[in-house]
Design a protein around this ligand. Structure first.
Ligand SMILES: [Zn+2]
Length: 289
Protein backbone atom coordinates (compact mmCIF):
# COMPACT_ATOMS: atom_id res chain seq x y z
CA UNK A 1 0.00 0.00 0.00
CA UNK A 2 1.30 3.44 -0.90
CA UNK A 3 4.85 4.20 0.06
CA UNK A 4 5.32 1.74 2.90
CA UNK A 5 8.81 0.28 3.08
CA UNK A 6 10.57 -2.21 5.33
CA UNK A 7 13.36 -2.18 7.87
CA UNK A 8 13.77 -5.86 8.71
CA UNK A 9 10.34 -6.96 9.94
CA UNK A 10 9.20 -3.41 10.67
CA UNK A 11 7.00 -1.66 8.13
CA UNK A 12 7.52 2.10 7.86
CA UNK A 13 5.79 5.03 6.19
CA UNK A 14 6.52 8.75 6.39
CA UNK A 15 3.42 10.97 6.37
CA UNK A 16 3.52 14.77 6.19
CA UNK A 17 1.43 17.27 8.13
CA UNK A 18 2.71 20.22 6.07
CA UNK A 19 5.50 22.81 6.14
CA UNK A 20 6.44 25.62 8.47
CA UNK A 21 8.83 28.47 7.81
CA UNK A 22 11.34 29.12 10.53
CA UNK A 23 13.80 31.93 11.16
CA UNK A 24 17.14 30.68 9.82
CA UNK A 25 19.25 32.64 12.31
CA UNK A 26 17.45 31.01 15.24
CA UNK A 27 17.74 27.64 13.51
CA UNK A 28 21.53 27.80 13.27
CA UNK A 29 22.15 29.45 16.65
CA UNK A 30 25.78 30.54 17.04
CA UNK A 31 26.78 29.58 13.51
CA UNK A 32 27.18 32.69 11.32
CA UNK A 33 25.17 33.07 8.12
CA UNK A 34 28.29 33.00 5.93
CA UNK A 35 28.80 29.42 7.07
CA UNK A 36 25.23 28.08 6.83
CA UNK A 37 23.72 29.90 3.86
CA UNK A 38 25.05 27.44 1.29
CA UNK A 39 22.91 24.75 2.98
CA UNK A 40 19.68 26.75 2.70
CA UNK A 41 18.86 27.24 -0.98
CA UNK A 42 15.23 27.96 -0.07
CA UNK A 43 15.95 30.96 2.18
CA UNK A 44 13.19 33.55 1.63
CA UNK A 45 13.27 37.35 1.79
CA UNK A 46 12.36 37.28 5.49
CA UNK A 47 15.38 35.05 6.28
CA UNK A 48 13.18 31.99 6.80
CA UNK A 49 13.70 28.41 5.66
CA UNK A 50 11.01 25.80 4.98
CA UNK A 51 10.94 23.05 7.59
CA UNK A 52 9.17 19.71 7.06
CA UNK A 53 6.62 18.18 9.42
CA UNK A 54 7.29 14.48 8.90
CA UNK A 55 5.49 11.92 11.03
CA UNK A 56 6.63 8.31 11.03
CA UNK A 57 4.21 5.38 10.99
CA UNK A 58 5.56 2.03 12.13
CA UNK A 59 3.93 -1.40 12.05
CA UNK A 60 5.42 -3.96 14.40
CA UNK A 61 3.79 -7.34 15.12
CA UNK A 62 0.30 -6.05 14.44
CA UNK A 63 0.71 -2.79 16.37
CA UNK A 64 0.52 0.56 14.58
CA UNK A 65 2.66 3.35 16.02
CA UNK A 66 2.74 7.03 15.04
CA UNK A 67 5.72 9.21 15.92
CA UNK A 68 4.96 12.94 16.19
CA UNK A 69 1.77 14.51 14.89
CA UNK A 70 2.81 17.84 13.32
CA UNK A 71 1.02 21.14 13.88
CA UNK A 72 -2.46 19.66 13.44
CA UNK A 73 -5.67 21.20 12.16
CA UNK A 74 -6.83 23.21 15.19
CA UNK A 75 -6.54 27.00 15.01
CA UNK A 76 -3.02 27.87 16.21
CA UNK A 77 -0.87 30.93 16.74
CA UNK A 78 2.72 29.96 15.92
CA UNK A 79 5.60 31.19 18.09
CA UNK A 80 7.39 34.33 16.81
CA UNK A 81 10.25 32.61 14.96
CA UNK A 82 7.85 30.49 12.90
CA UNK A 83 5.15 30.86 10.27
CA UNK A 84 2.83 28.05 9.30
CA UNK A 85 2.86 27.63 5.54
CA UNK A 86 0.66 24.55 5.41
CA UNK A 87 -0.51 22.28 8.20
CA UNK A 88 -3.27 19.95 9.32
CA UNK A 89 -2.67 17.47 6.48
CA UNK A 90 -1.71 14.50 8.66
CA UNK A 91 -5.13 12.91 9.17
CA UNK A 92 -6.09 13.30 5.53
CA UNK A 93 -2.74 11.82 4.44
CA UNK A 94 -3.23 8.88 6.82
CA UNK A 95 -6.64 8.21 5.29
CA UNK A 96 -5.16 8.41 1.79
CA UNK A 97 -2.73 5.68 2.86
CA UNK A 98 -5.66 3.59 4.10
CA UNK A 99 -4.89 4.11 7.80
CA UNK A 100 -7.90 4.92 9.97
CA UNK A 101 -7.57 6.93 13.17
CA UNK A 102 -8.72 4.08 15.40
CA UNK A 103 -6.04 1.83 13.94
CA UNK A 104 -3.34 3.78 15.79
CA UNK A 105 -2.38 1.84 18.94
CA UNK A 106 0.47 4.06 20.10
CA UNK A 107 1.42 7.70 19.56
CA UNK A 108 4.89 8.83 20.60
CA UNK A 109 5.71 12.53 20.92
CA UNK A 110 9.45 13.22 20.73
CA UNK A 111 8.59 16.35 22.73
CA UNK A 112 5.61 18.63 23.22
CA UNK A 113 6.53 21.68 21.12
CA UNK A 114 3.51 22.77 19.09
CA UNK A 115 4.89 21.40 15.81
CA UNK A 116 5.30 17.85 17.16
CA UNK A 117 2.05 17.24 19.00
CA UNK A 118 -0.59 19.52 17.46
CA UNK A 119 -2.24 16.59 15.71
CA UNK A 120 -2.57 14.69 19.00
CA UNK A 121 -5.96 16.32 19.37
CA UNK A 122 -8.67 17.69 17.12
CA UNK A 123 -11.80 19.74 17.61
CA UNK A 124 -14.88 17.77 18.62
CA UNK A 125 -18.04 19.66 19.67
CA UNK A 126 -16.03 22.85 20.12
CA UNK A 127 -13.40 21.36 22.45
CA UNK A 128 -10.11 19.58 21.71
CA UNK A 129 -10.34 15.79 22.04
CA UNK A 130 -7.82 13.01 21.32
CA UNK A 131 -7.56 12.46 17.57
CA UNK A 132 -6.68 8.79 18.01
CA UNK A 133 -9.39 7.34 20.22
CA UNK A 134 -7.73 3.99 20.98
CA UNK A 135 -4.15 5.15 21.26
CA UNK A 136 -1.86 5.27 24.26
CA UNK A 137 0.22 8.45 24.00
CA UNK A 138 3.83 7.96 25.13
CA UNK A 139 5.50 11.17 26.31
CA UNK A 140 8.65 11.77 28.37
CA UNK A 141 7.79 12.42 32.01
CA UNK A 142 10.10 15.42 32.35
CA UNK A 143 8.78 16.79 29.03
CA UNK A 144 5.25 16.60 30.37
CA UNK A 145 6.32 18.50 33.46
CA UNK A 146 8.13 21.19 31.44
CA UNK A 147 5.12 21.61 29.14
CA UNK A 148 2.66 21.76 32.03
CA UNK A 149 4.74 24.44 33.80
CA UNK A 150 6.15 26.58 30.99
CA UNK A 151 8.26 29.67 31.62
CA UNK A 152 8.62 32.97 29.78
CA UNK A 153 10.91 31.41 27.15
CA UNK A 154 8.94 28.21 26.51
CA UNK A 155 5.28 29.09 26.87
CA UNK A 156 4.79 30.17 23.23
CA UNK A 157 5.34 26.60 22.03
CA UNK A 158 3.70 24.52 24.79
CA UNK A 159 -0.01 24.71 23.99
CA UNK A 160 -2.21 22.97 26.55
CA UNK A 161 -4.85 21.99 24.01
CA UNK A 162 -2.32 19.64 22.38
CA UNK A 163 -1.77 17.44 25.43
CA UNK A 164 -4.13 18.19 28.33
CA UNK A 165 -7.16 16.49 26.69
CA UNK A 166 -5.12 13.26 26.53
CA UNK A 167 -4.80 13.24 30.28
CA UNK A 168 -8.51 14.00 30.69
CA UNK A 169 -9.17 10.91 28.56
CA UNK A 170 -6.66 8.81 30.56
CA UNK A 171 -4.64 8.04 27.40
CA UNK A 172 -1.21 9.22 28.58
CA UNK A 173 1.79 6.99 29.35
CA UNK A 174 4.60 9.02 30.87
CA UNK A 175 7.99 7.41 30.26
CA UNK A 176 11.36 7.81 31.98
CA UNK A 177 14.47 6.07 30.63
CA UNK A 178 14.43 3.65 27.70
CA UNK A 179 11.11 1.96 26.93
CA UNK A 180 10.37 -0.63 24.25
CA UNK A 181 6.80 0.21 23.21
CA UNK A 182 6.58 -2.58 20.60
CA UNK A 183 9.03 -5.16 19.29
CA UNK A 184 12.01 -3.28 17.83
CA UNK A 185 10.62 0.18 18.67
CA UNK A 186 12.35 1.85 21.58
CA UNK A 187 11.79 5.33 23.04
CA UNK A 188 15.18 6.72 24.11
CA UNK A 189 15.93 9.82 26.17
CA UNK A 190 17.81 12.37 24.02
CA UNK A 191 18.02 15.51 26.15
CA UNK A 192 19.20 18.89 24.86
CA UNK A 193 16.54 20.41 22.63
CA UNK A 194 14.44 20.05 25.76
CA UNK A 195 15.32 18.17 28.91
CA UNK A 196 12.67 15.51 28.20
CA UNK A 197 13.23 15.21 24.45
CA UNK A 198 13.20 11.62 23.14
CA UNK A 199 14.20 9.86 19.92
CA UNK A 200 12.93 6.52 18.63
CA UNK A 201 15.39 3.74 17.94
CA UNK A 202 14.35 0.96 15.54
CA UNK A 203 15.97 -2.46 15.34
CA UNK A 204 14.90 -5.51 13.37
CA UNK A 205 16.82 -8.42 11.82
CA UNK A 206 20.16 -6.64 12.25
CA UNK A 207 18.94 -3.41 10.65
CA UNK A 208 18.72 -0.16 12.53
CA UNK A 209 16.86 3.12 12.31
CA UNK A 210 16.55 6.32 14.31
CA UNK A 211 13.79 8.90 14.24
CA UNK A 212 15.89 11.87 15.30
CA UNK A 213 13.13 14.16 16.55
CA UNK A 214 14.72 17.57 16.98
CA UNK A 215 18.39 16.59 17.06
CA UNK A 216 18.47 18.72 13.91
CA UNK A 217 16.24 20.97 11.87
CA UNK A 218 18.48 20.82 8.79
CA UNK A 219 20.42 17.59 8.04
CA UNK A 220 23.82 19.36 8.02
CA UNK A 221 23.26 19.80 11.77
CA UNK A 222 23.62 16.02 12.11
CA UNK A 223 26.94 16.13 10.25
CA UNK A 224 28.27 18.97 12.42
CA UNK A 225 27.79 18.31 16.10
CA UNK A 226 28.35 21.91 17.22
CA UNK A 227 25.70 23.30 14.86
CA UNK A 228 22.96 23.52 17.47
CA UNK A 229 19.83 25.63 17.21
CA UNK A 230 19.00 28.56 19.45
CA UNK A 231 15.73 26.76 20.24
CA UNK A 232 17.62 24.15 22.29
CA UNK A 233 17.30 24.84 26.00
CA UNK A 234 20.39 22.78 26.96
CA UNK A 235 22.85 23.24 24.07
CA UNK A 236 25.85 21.55 25.68
CA UNK A 237 23.69 18.56 26.55
CA UNK A 238 22.53 18.53 22.90
CA UNK A 239 26.19 18.34 21.90
CA UNK A 240 26.87 15.19 23.91
CA UNK A 241 23.54 13.59 22.91
CA UNK A 242 24.29 14.22 19.23
CA UNK A 243 27.84 12.89 19.58
CA UNK A 244 26.63 9.63 21.14
CA UNK A 245 23.73 9.12 18.76
CA UNK A 246 25.48 10.07 15.53
CA UNK A 247 28.45 7.81 16.38
CA UNK A 248 25.90 5.02 16.86
CA UNK A 249 24.10 5.90 13.62
CA UNK A 250 27.30 5.74 11.57
CA UNK A 251 28.41 2.47 13.21
CA UNK A 252 25.03 0.78 12.68
CA UNK A 253 24.41 2.29 9.22
CA UNK A 254 21.10 3.36 10.69
CA UNK A 255 18.33 4.75 8.53
CA UNK A 256 17.70 8.26 9.85
CA UNK A 257 14.22 9.71 9.78
CA UNK A 258 14.28 13.48 10.21
CA UNK A 259 11.08 15.20 11.33
CA UNK A 260 12.12 18.58 9.94
CA UNK A 261 14.09 17.76 6.77
CA UNK A 262 12.21 18.17 3.48
CA UNK A 263 9.65 15.33 3.06
CA UNK A 264 10.21 12.45 3.54
CA UNK A 265 13.37 13.30 5.51
CA UNK A 266 15.11 9.94 5.06
CA UNK A 267 18.86 9.49 4.89
CA UNK A 268 21.98 7.98 6.37
CA UNK A 269 25.15 9.37 7.87
CA UNK A 270 28.37 7.94 6.51
CA UNK A 271 31.91 8.48 7.78
CA UNK A 272 34.31 10.31 5.52
CA UNK A 273 38.05 10.81 5.70
CA UNK A 274 39.25 13.02 8.54
CA UNK A 275 36.44 11.95 10.87
CA UNK A 276 33.78 13.97 9.04
CA UNK A 277 30.23 12.71 8.64
CA UNK A 278 28.16 13.11 5.50
CA UNK A 279 24.34 13.01 5.21
CA UNK A 280 23.13 11.03 2.20
CA UNK A 281 19.54 11.79 1.38
CA UNK A 282 16.95 9.44 -0.09
CA UNK A 283 14.55 11.54 -2.11
CA UNK A 284 11.62 9.16 -2.15
CA UNK A 285 9.97 7.19 0.59
CA UNK A 286 12.08 4.06 0.97
CA UNK A 287 14.02 4.49 -2.26
CA UNK A 288 17.56 3.10 -2.27
CA UNK A 289 17.47 2.35 1.44
ZN1 LIG B 1 10.21 21.02 15.93
Amino acid sequence: MGNWFRLGDLELLVVSDGIIRQDAGATFGLVPKVMWERYTPDLDDKNRIPVGLNSLLIRSEGKTILVDTGVGAKPVRAPGAMTIEQSGRLLENLRTEGVSLDEIDIVINTHLHFDHCGGNTMMGDGVPVPAFPRARYFIGKSEWEAASHPNERTRGTYLLENFEPLQDASQVELVAGEVEVAKGVRVMPAPGHTEGHCVIELESCGRYGLCVGELSQVPVMLERLAWISAFDVLPLVSLSTKRRMMDWAVEKRALLISVHAPFPGLGRLVAEEGGRRKWLEARENGADL
